[in-house]
Design a protein around this ligand. Structure first.
Ligand SMILES: *Cc1c(COP(=O)(O)O)cnc(C)c1O
Length: 496
């Protein structure tokens, strides 16, 4: 039976994959979830011989059930092409007996490219299939990496416009430069005085604004989302977990059927949820290790069963994980509530009213696949330095959080299962923090001097994404209060 999608807050209505991609978020504020997780049809042995694009097809066809073979393979071949600087798309690098799954070889050098290089194609195809005549307006909140990856994906795509909100003082200098230099008449970038959660909440409010939707419809416009709440983001992320297992098998590093652990540096819970889906499709995964930075709301959740966002928001050196409301966790909550939309809706109502909720003992039991922990700023910096000193491999700050948490996991459990760590960003994106972790003497250098120095000591070429912004002019200089996001949107769309 083919997969359909329903909302985490109301399972009575079902929609097709293309409808879920177009809408982004369900009208009741819930997230679209597949009505079941399909099992892989190919054996791991068969997948082991396939390219990234072929594995992508085998995985995605099971979720995007209303796409024809031509439609889906067209989207895949347009997405995973020479925009990536390696043919294998997601290489596995061995360091200290673990495997780093490098997800940062796309055009903006963070893992968001894995999904956002295909989402525009899935979106345009979905619009055609559903006879949508409106122009699609992508509205996105970013903690730094989604914004640029979405801009790069949608810039110049006919029939779309894109608006990105980012926390003005909450992203790295390179991340900000990448966004504000984005070309393309259909793009708009706005910094807000607030943090990522403010940006995300503001965007969710705009999505649910019926009056705005009506005004937009009158002008032939409709919203959709490129955030990781969109099922069109989540599904492409399942692919690389399947692919990495198949590659380990192909290279003889594991036996067929041998379990592996997966460690994911987590913010909005999208990437690790994709790993959970991969496990449920049949990939032999033992533990899903959820790594947080000092914003350790998920660690507390896994250790107590209580989700509580009422705490200080900490700006860290891993800004893409500076999040207190992990949106995609709702999909897991729905699942461990036994696909009970009513129960989930109650918990989410408590979250928005009081900032916290507590799951039942019964639900907690179903979290046994997960292990949560966190690394503070000092531990993260130390991990970058020790990895560099031991092996010469340079980790970015987010991957370093994951690596430090993995060390804690091994020390605590003694579990020596072979492990894949999701490496979510290139160190070139967070150069200052990475270089300061390696040696304090770098503190006085400029951002681009640091880039060249990193290239030298790490023995890797400066990625194109960085070369491009060295001299690029700033074309977006909009800043607004977190209460003015609606005005900013209306102004860009010309409906003010
Ligand atoms: C977005 C991001 C994360 C967090 O991923 P989620 O899917 O939001 O949990 C981690 N690291 C980097 C570099 C990112 O860009």
């Amino acid at each position: 039976m083919g997969v359909l999608y329903s909302s985490t807050r109301d399972s009575s209505k079902k929609v097709t994959a293309s409808q879920a991609i177009l809408k982004g978020l369900s009208d009741d504020g819930g997230l679209f979830v597949p009505d079941h997780i399909p099992a892989l049809e190919c054996s791991m042995r068969d997948l082991a011989g396939k390219s990234y694009q072929e594995v992508a097809y085998e995985v995605m066809k099971l979720f995007l059930t209303d796409f024809t073979q031509d439609e889906l393979s067209g989207c895949i071949s347009r997405a995973y092409d020479s925009k990536f600087d390696t043919e294998v798309i997601a290489p596995l690098v061995e360091a200290e007996d673990t495997y780093y799954l490098e997800l940062f070889h796309g055009s903006t050098i963070a893992f968001k490219d894995m999904a956002l290089s295909i989402l525009p194609h899935l979106m345009i195809t979905s619009a055609k299939k559903n006879h949508v005549e409106n122009e699609i307006v992508i509205l996105t909140a970013t903690s730094g990496d989604t914004g640029k990856a979405a801009l790069a994906g949608f810039a110049g795509v006919e029939g779309t416009r894109i608006i990105v909100f980012y926390p003005k003082n909450g992203v790295s200098p390179i991340q900000e430069k990448q966004m504000v230099t984005q070309k393309g008449d259909n793009t708009c970038v706005v910094g807000i005085h607030g943090n990522f959660d403010d940006a995300q909440t503001g965007v969710k409010t705009l999505f649910n604004d019926k009056e705005l939707a009506a005004q937009m419809a009158a002008c032939g416009l409709q919203f959709s989302s490129a955030n990781s709440i969109n099922i069109g983001r989540l599904v492409p992320q399942v692919v690389y977990y399947v692919y990495s297992y198949a590659k380990l098998l192909a290279e003889g590093r594991i036996e067929d059927g041998e379990e592996i652990n997966v460690v994911v540096p987590t913010g909005n819970f999208g990437n690790i949820l994709a790993a959970f889906y991969a496990k449920n499709m049949g990939v032999p995964i033992h533990k899903l290790i959820c790594a947080s930075n000092e914003n350790k709301v998920l660690y507390d959740f896994f250790s107590t069963g209580r989700y509580d966002r009422n705490r200080e928001f900490v700006l860290t050196s891993s800004p893409s994980m500076d999040i207190l409301i992990s949106s995609n966790l709702e999909r897991l909550i729905y699942r461990i509530a036994g696909d009970d939309a009513k129960k989930n809706a109650e918990l989410m109502a408590a979250l928005s009213q009081t900032g916290c909720y507590e799951i039942t003992e019964q639900m907690r039991k179903q979290l046994a696949d997960f292990y949560g922990n966190y690394a503070d700023e000092e531990e993260t910096a130390k991990r970058i330095k020790s990895m560099y000193t031991n092996t010469g491999y340079v980790l970015d700050t987010h991957t370093a959080v994951a690596s430090a948490v993995y060390q804690k996991y091994v020390a605590e459990t003694g579990d020596r299962t072979k492990t894949v760590i999701a490496s979510t960003a290139s160190p070139f994106k967070f150069t200052r923090n990475v270089m300061n972790a390696i040696d304090e003497k770098y503190d006085s250098m400029s951002d681009f001097e640091l880039v060249d120095e990193l290239s030298r000591i790490g023995g890797v070429d400066v990625p194109n994404a960085i070369e491009e912004i060295r001299t690029a002019p700033v074309v977006h200089d909009n800043v607004c209060a977190k209460t003015e996001m609606k005005e900013a949107v209306m102004q860009f769309l010309g409906i003010a």
